[in-house]
Design a protein around this ligand. Structure first.
Ligand SMILES: Cc1cc2nc3c(=O)[nH]c(=O)nc-3n(C[C@H](O)[C@H](O)[C@H](O)COP(=O)(O)OP(=O)(O)OC[C@H]3O[C@@H](n4cnc5c(N)ncnc54)[C@H](O)[C@@H]3O)c2cc1C
Length: 263
């Protein structure tokens, strides 16, 4: 397999779709022929000629995989891609998740689970115990369940309507697991998903004093910290991330993130 150089500038490179995997009615994964050296939690920018560029999390690096939910213009266009089609991709960008402690609690909401399989594999190689919490509105919106079931992780599933796993929010089994941890300071919560879910997880982690790495998503325009479009307005309770002192109220996903790390 061709292995491009790490961070070969931030120029666009052409990638060719090798396989398409349907995750659910709205979500599919594109597995490329080429790889891109990157860390879980980083993102790439996909450029569609005549339409623009959008960020997507790296779901796997070797070969490169991205998981896309069809919600609008560019994601709808990417949804039509088939093996042999070509994409222009720049990256990787952003801060990835940093392995921390002995117990990892990975939380994915909807297609927010996409960077977590790559993260779980990376943490397992470092002998870190991994618990995975996948949540979605209903069972047909869950992704990557089969892949996580193949890994030596403890898997917890929740759906809002109870069609699979526990009925309710993903924070319910997460809190139970946190309560049973012997050493909270030696554990870390890693999460990716909707903003509301991340705020809830942040508040829960703050209450128990557990370190967390949250991967934020926002509508991104310039990608360079200039336009302020991807600013996340943090609630008053927000605690400044340890890796970004001074960024308390204005978290720019493109420049400061996507991942914030608070101890
Ligand atoms: C760091 C980062 C990583 C991302 N990773 C993934 C990923 O792995 N998989 C994936 O499917 N998407 C991911 N996204 C979102 C993706 O970049 C696009 O925003 C999304 O695909 C919609 O683009 P669109 O052109 O299809 O939609 P548009 O036509 O621009 O918008 C369609 C609708 O979706 C809403 N919308 C658009 N973007 C967002 C957003 N980011 N958050 C909430 N609502 C939005 C719009 O308000 C509108 O209602 C990521 C975003 C960021 C910032």
């Amino acid at each position: 397999m061709e292995k491009p150089l790490f961070n070969e500038g931030k120029k666009s490179r052409v990638f060719t779709v090798d396989k398409v995997k349907i995750e659910n009615e709205k979500t599919h994964s594109l597995i490329m022929k080429e790889s891109m050296q990157s860390e879980p939690g980083q993102f790439i920018l996909v450029w569609i000629p005549g339409m623009g560029e959008k960020p997507f999390s790296v779901a796997a690096s070797d070969p490169l995989m991205i998981t896309i939910a069809d919600v609008g213009k560019i994601s709808g266009q990417i949804d039509r891609y088939q093996p042999g089609d070509r994409l222009w991709i720049r990256g990787p960008f952003g801060q990835g998740y940093k392995p921390y402690g002995e117990n990892a609690l990975l939380v994915g909401g909807g297609y927010g689970a996409s960077p977590l399989l790559f993260l779980a594999e990376t943490l397992l190689k470092k002998d870190i115990n991994v618990h995975v919490f996948l949540g979605a509105r209903s069972s047909d919106l869950l992704i990557l369940v089969d892949e996580f079931e193949k890994l030596p992780v403890t898997l917890h599933i929740t759906t809002n309507d109870g069609t699979r796993g526990i009925q309710g929010f993903v924070t319910v089994p997460l809190e139970e697991t946190i309560q049973n941890l012997a050493d909270i300071q030696n554990a870390c919560v890693y999460a990716c998903g909707p903003k509301k879910m991340l705020f809830g997880i942040d508040a829960l982690c703050e209450r128990y004093g557990i370190p967390r790495q949250l991967s934020w998503e926002a509508i991104m325009r310039c990608g360079m910290g200039l336009c302020g479009n991807c600013k996340i307005e943090m609630p008053d309770t927000w605690k400044e991330p340890a890796d970004k002192p001074g960024s308390k109220k204005a978290w720019l996903v493109c420049k400061d993130g996507p991942t914030s790390f608070t101890k």
